[in-house]
Design a protein around this ligand. Structure first.
Ligand code: SF4
Length: 225
């Protein structure tokens, strides 16, 4: 178990948890290696902050903030996450989890024990492109998490980061088709790739813009900038 699970804390955000003032806990380490990931320091770096230190910080924000966003990295890798969430809940904060969804058991346990209030789930790529984008082979685990959240009618959103040379409109439309088939009724968020020099896959700038007009209209899609 990581002695210092958090890489960093963003003390305040009004943007990350819908309609809530929140703090962001950035967990070190990730079980993916997405080509476009710009959080290399978090993915490969060591944690700097202990759970206890994060809780002391939270205690100082009681009455000032409403929620905690668990981001990273991949928060579900932290072995003591369930207990950590229990302690956050004792302080009466809501919890949002940002996750790639391949750690089904952890997401399941958090949801079934009312230890999370909202989830942002990354749908990285269609099955046939999943490994190329993430260097991970567990699309079926992700799919199980997606099915579970839909069937549970849990409040969550699905989102995809779009680099137009890595994911074409046809592939996003295949994701939309899969979401419809599974019964997803929420909004599907697309986030444009923002170029930096230091991505994990040393991804270049997009050669041509992503053509939003060719996206399927069967699901509500929001281009999040
Ligand atoms: S973008 Fe991919 S590699 Fe980077 S933190 Fe998220 S899941 Fe991990």
């Amino acid at each position: 178990m990581l002695h210092k699970p958090l890489y960093n804390i963003t003390p305040f955000t009004a943007l990350d948890y819908p309609d809530h003032l929140a703090t962001i806990f950035w967990f070190a380490k990730c079980n993916m290696r997405c080509a476009y990931c710009y959080n290399k320091d978090i993915v490969f770096g060591e944690g700097q902050i202990k759970q206890e230190e994060a809780l002391v910080f939270l205690e100082s924000r009681v009455g000032l903030l409403e929620a905690v966003v668990l981001s990273g990295g991949e928060a579900t890798l932290y072995g003591d996450l369930i207990e950590f969430c229990r302690k956050i809940k004792q302080l009466k904060f809501k919890i949002k989890l940002d996750t790639n969804g391949i750690n089904f058991d952890k997401v399941y346990t958090l949801v079934e024990n009312d230890l999370v209030d909202y989830i942002a789930l990354d749908y990285k790529a269609p099955k046939e492109k999943y490994f190329e984008i993430t260097k991970d082979k567990h699309f079926d685990s992700f799919s199980k998490t997606l099915n579970f959240l839909i069937q549970k009618q849990f409040p969550f959103e699905v989102r995809t980061t779009v680099h137009s040379d890595l994911l074409r409109v046809e592939e996003i439309n295949r994701i939309i088709k899969d979401l419809l088939k599974k019964g997803y009724k929420g909004t599907y968020y697309l986030q444009p790739f923002v170029f930096t020099e230091h991505t994990i896959g040393r991804v270049k700038e997009e050669k041509k813009p992503f053509d939003i007009s060719r996206l399927s209209k069967e699901l509500e899609v929001v281009w999040r900038t």
